[in-house]
Every structure is written in structure tokens, then in C-alpha cells.
Design a protein around this ligand. Structure first.
Ligand SMILES: *[C@@H]1O[C@H](CO)[C@@H](O)[C@H](O)[C@H]1NC(C)=O
Ligand SMILES: *[C@@H]1O[C@H](CO)[C@@H](O)[C@H](O)[C@H]1NC(C)=O
Ligand SMILES: *[C@@H]1O[C@H](CO)[C@@H](O)[C@H](O)[C@H]1NC(C)=O
Length: 373
């Protein structure tokens, strides 16, 4: 397949910010079809060795709420190229910066960005996930713990999606990022499983983390530049590549539909909240507002849940089956000024078509496998 000529910037922008309106049966929430752009590396430059001097902060807060985000100016094509450039950190401490080109393969106009009315719902509680049957089963088994304290989600044989702030504070890498590891909950038996028999079914003594080292990480420049400021939050995601395959089932990533197309308007995620050490905590709640890059909700969550993959389950028409996909990354708290009242929201970064193209490229290493979404 050949890339078509680069289209004028305005045209590119339009197609990056629009999508094909989904067919949506009221009974069956269906995955929309998106036009995914192509992101290709154009140049790679070496950077100085990484500094690991930032104190890990498990939460990010920003005073720019949904309204502020909605009325901030639209990024230009050059802005987007800049935000989508990315830094790669290797386990030996060396770093590279990759500049990218953004292309669309076909052009057709569309509706502008959608805007939904703000609605505030009460929040739902959280559920501890107990018992190996649940913990070791999909989708909970895709939640892993980062040695820096956050949560991540398995998105490929060797890849974990998480929040950027779990490894980088916008200026520098956090102290624990140099020897970053990913923890998998595994059952541990008192005697190594020797006494297992019919009358004594497999009841593990307890669950324990087994760790795998991270080989390299990718962080978008939009985060590094932004330094967790107004636009920075939009780029609070990172991808980790493990030294070896984890051999578990993973969850696919998908482009985030608008909140109004989600089943029940809800999102789901599981994470290792720090107020419940050693427990995987599951929750779901309604999306209360959204911008092009963020989903606002009031799911209960404590900092350790940062980096959790936010997922939904919808019907995939082409495959004629239900599919669960990660459509966002839980970032953290945000105080939003609403009519003079400070309101506490939890924010998730949406996987937009552009971010999908980038993360997919990081996973697959080529764009051809990232065309179909
Ligand atoms: C963020 O975390 C710090 C310390 O962990 C805490 O003091 C602060 O209140 C938290 N901020 C928010 C908005 O949750
Ligand atoms: C670190 O690792 C990367 C990737 O494996 C390699 O390209 C680079 O040369 C290494 N740097 C040093 C200083 O060893
Ligand atoms: C099964 O395990 C229980 C508890 O460890 C033990 O008391 C019992 O003798 C075992 N039965 C057999 C058939 O090994």
C-alpha cells in the first residue's frame, strides 16, 4: 500500500477530529468505525542519558476543567505533530526522540467535534475482586501493577498501557522508572501445590506479585512538554515493553466513542488503589462530561489506580461478536470550577484516532496493522 500525497493541513486536521457516526441500535451498543490516521517516524535523535530524579506523584491535578478544555484553541497540524512525537527510554538509561509525520489516507469531511450536555450523577462504589477465579480470569487478569505504584493494562503480548505520570513528571523521569517492573498477581500455595487433591481443592494461601522487567517505554512529547499543565493532561499515557512475553490474555485498544454511545453511558476499570493494598479494585460509573481528549467521571478511585485501562464492551458488527476494548487511561483527580463551586472529578485520557494510531504503531512497529479500527 502506498501513502497518498500529504493533504493540506486543514484537511488533515478535519479528518483527525472527526469520525464516522456510529450505527447504533438502541438494544445493542455497537463499536463505531473510525478513520485512523497514519503516524510514521520521520527522524530519530539521541538524547542525553535520562535523569531519574522526580518524586513519584500518583495523582495529577489540573484546574482546567471540561469547559476550559472545550474553549481552548484547536491545535494546529504542526502542534499535533509536536505532541505526537515521542521519547523512548531504554533500560540502560539511554533515550531517543522520534519525530513523526501524520497522514490520512483518504479525505472526506464530517461533522465537527461533538459536545454533550453536562450531567452530574452520583458515584458508584468500588468492589474488591477476591478469589483466584476472578483475579486470574479475563478481564481482571489484564490489570498489572507498576513498581512505581500505578496500575497498567496488558494490551499486547509484551506491552502494558499506563499513565505517563507514573514514570515521568513532565520534566524528568521518576526515581523508580530506571528499574521499572510490572507485577502480575499469581496464586501462591503454602507447600508449592504438593498437597493438592480432590478433597482439598486448589485454594491458594494468598496472591503474590511476580515481576517482569520493562525493556523500554514510550512517552508522547505532548506530556513532556505539557508538564501536567492544561494540555499535558490530554497526553497522560505511556506504553511499556516488557523484556519477555507475559503469556496472559490481553485486551485490545480501541478508539473512544463519545460518552453518549457507551452502553449505559458507563466506563469500567480495575486498579490497585493504594488504600486497599494487595487488592485489585473494580468499579464502573457514568461518564459525566467529555472533551475531545478527556472523559470526566466520578468513579471512586485512589491514586494507585492511575494508569488503569478504562474499558467498555460493545458489539463489533464486522466480527459479529461482543468485544471489550480499552478506550482510555485513568489519569487522576481534577478540580473543576463549576459555577463558582469546586467539583472533584476523575479524568480519563481518551484514545482518539490519533492516539490509537500512535499507540498501535508502538505495539506493532508498522502502520499497516493499525489501519483497521
Ligand atoms: C495528591 O496526592 C498528594 C499526596 O499523595 C495529596 O496530598 C493530595 O491531596 C492529592 N491531591 C488530590 C487532588 O487528590
Ligand atoms: C542502550 O540500549 C539501546 C537499545 O538496546 C542501544 O541502542 C544503546 O546503544 C544502548 N546504550 C548504551 C550506552 O549502552
Ligand atoms: C488431601 O489433602 C488433605 C489436606 O492436605 C489431606 O489431609 C488428605 O490426606 C489428602 N488426600 C489424599 C488422597 O492425598
Amino acid at each position: 500500500m502506498m501513502l497518498e500525497e500529504r493533504l493540506p493541513a486543514v484537511c488533515v486536521l478535519l479528518s483527525l477530529l472527526t469520525f464516522v457516526e456510529p450505527y447504533n441500535s438502541p438494544l445493542k451498543p455497537t463499536w463505531p468505525n473510525y478513520k485512523v490516521p497514519v503516524i510514521l517516524p520521520q527522524s530519530i535523535s539521541k538524547l542525553d542519558k535520562a535523569q531519574f530524579d522526580a518524586d513519584p506523584s500518583l495523582n495529577v491535578s489540573s484546574s482546567c476543567g471540561a469547559e476550559c478544555h472545550k474553549y481552548s484553541s484547536m491545535p494546529t497540524y504542526e502542534d499535533l505533530r509536536d505532541y505526537m512525537a515521542y521519547e523512548t527510554l531504554y533500560s540502560n538509561g539511554s533515550r531517543t526522540m522520534t519525530n513523526v509525520g501524520i497522514y490520512v489516507l483518504s479525505s472526506s469531511g464530517g461533522e465537527g467535534r461533538s459536545r454533550t450536555k453536562r450531567q452530574i450523577y452520583g458515584h458508584d462504589g468500588r468492589f474488591n475482586i477476591y478469589g483466584k477465579d476472578f483475579l486470574l480470569n479475563y478481564p481482571f487478569s489484564t490489570s498489572v501493577k507498576l513498581s512505581t505504584g500505578c496500575t497498567g493494562t496488558l494490551v499486547a503480548e509484551k506491552h502494558v498501557l499506563t499513565a505517563a505520570h507514573c514514570i515521568h513528571d513532565g520534566k524528568s523521569y521518576v526515581k523508580g522508572a530506571q528499574k521499572l517492573k510490572v507485577g502480575f498477581l499469581k496464586p501462591r500455595y503454602k507447600d508449592g501445590g504438593k498437597s493438592l487433591n480432590q478433597t482439598n481443592p486448589r485454594i491458594p494461601e494468598k496472591m503474590k506479585f511476580q515481576w517482569i522487567r520493562v525493556k523500554r517505554t514510550h512517552v508522547p512529547k505532548g506530556w513532556i512538554k505539557g508538564n501536567a499543565n492544561d494540555i499535558g493532561m490530554d497526553y497522560d499515557y505511556a506504553l511499556l515493553e516488557l523484556k519477555k512475553p507475559h503469556k496472559r490474555k490481553y485486551m485490545m485498544i480501541g478508539v473512544s466513542p463519545s460518552g453518549r454511545y457507551l452502553p449505559g453511558g458507563r466506563i469500567h476499570f480495575s486498579g490497585y488503589d493504594n488504600d486497599r493494598p494487595g487488592n485489585l479494585v473494580y468499579r464502573f460509573c457514568e461518564v459525566t462530561d467529555e472533551t475531545y481528549d478527556l472523559l470526566y467521571q466520578q468513579c471512586d478511585a485512589q491514586p494507585g489506580a492511575s494508569g488503569s485501562g478504562v474499558y467498555v464492551r460493545m458489539w463489533k458488527r464486522q466480527k459479529q461478536k461482543w468485544e471489550r476494548k480499552i478506550i482510555g487511561i485513568f489519569s487522576g483527580h481534577q478540580w473543576v470550577d463549576k459555577d463558582g463551586d469546586k467539583q472533584d472529578f476523575n479524568v480519563a485520557v481518551r484514545i482518539t484516532p490519533l492516539k490509537y494510531a500512535q499507540i498501535c504503531f508502538w505495539i506493532k512497529g508498522n502502520y499497516a496493522d493499525c489501519r483497521d479500527e
